[in-house]
Write a protein that binds this ligand. Structure first.
Ligand SMILES: [Zn+2]
Ligand SMILES: [Zn+2]
Length: 326
């Protein structure tokens, strides 16, 4: 196994609202600035252990203002305390759970003769078959403050952010970790990166353990372990040495592209299930589904595995939020 995964890169985004700071005295392994379509960020001093926040809205810089605005967006005292409670726990938010092309597929909706039942459903707003590129946001609530850590920002990221950031009161990104260099993982581009080797690293006081996997022959992607949560969005094979990093996994989030078979670059459902039986996580959520995976039908089938084998497995969906302990 090569020591470095050339395709695995991460960037820590910088504070946007602050006045221009002096040049970095100790750059985060050469990392500098970020530009997203809806914001501008400036390079600033950074270390792997304490990176300033990047704010989507420049006048909201600190964790405190993030909290107060999130609270203000909810109505009444009950909502206020619910929001307060929410902000004190860590959580995982699925911003995208679909394959590269997105669901519904444009080609399914415009086909002159065939109609695709799943893409037709997915075209309805709010339907759980509607999926954008795989992307999670981990809100790490720590005594020192809350950090929003994004895993992947693919070509549909703007649309995910547009829908889910207001819905979940998200106003800042503190770090971005990229699994691999495909456009559905790194589509927003113009970030400047530092390469992750396959050793554990720290992001905002949270230890992140890379989970090296194959994503097609000879191409490496990384999954990541945060506490007892393991996230592997793009995988066709798991090297033997990665299994030990997956031990005692509480929640496994795993690639499952299609219902019938694997592709050369992704697990299909049968292989993903085999891996779940081998890894034995307490709970599994599949992600990265293409249009052949009907949310309700596949979930009904998966629910039967609870009865027959005691396996707790479901499909994730865009907008799913789970409280987590890190
Ligand atoms: Zn379709
Ligand atoms: Zn990929």
């Amino acid at each position: 196994m090569p020591r470095f995964a050339a395709s695995a890169i991460a960037g820590v985004l910088m504070r946007a609202h602050a006045p221009l700071m002096p040049p970095p005295s100790r750059a985060f392994a050469g990392l500098a600035a970020a530009r997203l379509p809806f914001l501008h960020a400036r390079a600033a001093a950074a270390s792997p252990y304490s990176s300033p926040r990047l704010c989507l809205l420049p006048w909201l810089g600190s964790s405190r203002s993030f909290c107060s605005v999130a609270r203000a967006s909810l109505d009444g005292a009950a909502a206020d305390s619910a929001a307060e409670e929410r902000l004190q726990e860590s959580e995982l938010i699925f911003l995208g759970t679909g394959t590269s092309e997105g669901i519904p597929r444009v080609s399914c909706l415009t086909h002159p003769t065939k109609s695709c039942p799943i893409c037709t459903k997915a075209a309805e707003p709010g339907n759980r078959n509607r999926r954008r590129n795989t992307c999670i946001l981990l809100r790490h609530a720590a005594p020192s403050g809350t950090a929003n850590i994004l895993v992947d920002a693919g070509k549909f990221f703007y649309h995910s952010a547009l829908q889910w950031f207001p819905a979940f009161g998200l106003r800042a990104i503190d770090a971005v970790i990229i699994t691999h260099s495909h456009a559905d993982a790194i589509g927003v581009s113009a970030l400047q990166f530092n390469i992750i080797n396959e050793e554990p690293f720290m992001v905002h006081n949270l230890e992140v353990i890379p989970l090296p996997v194959w994503h097609g022959k000879g191409y490496r992607s990384l999954g990541f372990r945060f506490g007892d949560i393991c996230y592997i969005s793009d995988v066709s094979d798991i090297p033997e040495e990665t299994y030990k990093l997956l031990e005692n996994c509480e929640l496994l989030i795993l690639d499952a592209l299609r219902p019938d078979r694997s592709s050369s670059t992704h697990f299909g459902l049968p292989r993903a299930l085999e891996e779940v039986r081998k890894i034995k996580p307490k709970k599994t959520l599949f992600t990265g589904m293409m249009h052949l995976m009907d949310h309700e039908k596949v979930n009904d089938d998966l629910a039967k595995l609870m009865e027959t084998e005691g396996l707790n497995i479901q499909l994730s969906y865009d907008g799913l939020r789970i409280p987590v302990r890190l």
